[in-house]
Design a protein around this ligand. Structure first.
Ligand code: MD3
Ligand code: FE
Length: 217
């Protein structure tokens, strides 16, 4: 017996596309280069240890811990809030220099004439997330942001220039690079989940995200 085939109209999910200027390079860095970058982070955080960032005014801690490479580092605390600072908030020392591998990456993918001043190091441990936000502490709002994912995968979501619209989700894997240029640079984005324990790359586990930014024009 045959069942009659009935073609039902298919109600497709509205397709979400990443915003213009968003580029994803899956596995840009092979495992050897990923290990080298982790080594750079290990060495840098001996002199510029991970610190716990807190929200302006409320002092609520963010769930990631942070450090930086570069001439400027992104920091935040209850009293002074979000800012770029040439020194580590605890040691008062200059940040370690940007590793050569990241300088090469920036030159390869950014199309921006000057090198980045800042490279934020975010360490996501089990359960760490990052709420929806726009990066707007930089004067160079037209310079792209270049980010590298290392270790456990993350579910990254990017929406539009206003909070609360539809979002496009991608699972960022270790070695992936994303470039946020053009309109995507002003878009809300978040990290909603860490796939804890899927990678053994990061000592003590989790995910490390390196985000390079040009601060001044
Ligand atoms: C899209 N970090 O540090 S990296 C951040 O995975 C941040 O740690 C996330 O958002 C992370 O500010 C995402 C990718 C990224 C970085 C900056 C962006 C995406 C972006 C700026 C504008 C739009
Ligand atoms: Fe961001």
């Amino acid at each position: 017996m045959f069942y009659p085939r009935i073609f039902k109209p298919i109600m497709r999910q509205p397709k979400t596309l990443p915003p213009p200027g968003f580029k994803h390079f899956p596995l840009y860095f092979d495992l050897a280069a990923q290990a080298e970058l982790i080594d750079c982070v290990k060495r840098a955080t001996k002199t510029a240890p991970f610190f716990q960032p807190t929200m302006p005014r409320t002092g609520t801690p963010l769930s990631v811990v942070m450090s930086n490479f570069g001439t400027l580092g992104w920091v935040t605390d209850k009293v002074r809030g979000y800012r770029y600072d040439p020194v580590h908030p605890k040691t008062g020392l200059a940040w370690p220099p940007l590793p050569d591998l990241l300088v090469k990456l920036w030159r390869d993918v950014s199309n921006w004439p000057d090198l980045p001043e800042a490279c934020l190091i975010n360490w996501y441990r089990e359960g760490s997330k990052m709420g929806a936000h726009v990066d707007n502490d930089e004067l160079a709002v037209n310079a792209p942001v270049v980010s590298v994912s290392l270790g456990d995968p993350a579910l990254f979501r990017i929406g539009g220039p206003k909070r609360g619209g539809p979002t496009h989700g991608i699972k960022l894997m270790s070695g992936d690079v994303v470039v946020m240029g053009g309109a995507s640079r002003q878009c809300y984005h978040s990290v909603t989940k860490i796939y804890h324990g899927e990678s053994a790359l990061v000592p003590k586990g989790g995910r490390i995200n390196l985000t390079m930014r040009r601060v001044h024009l």
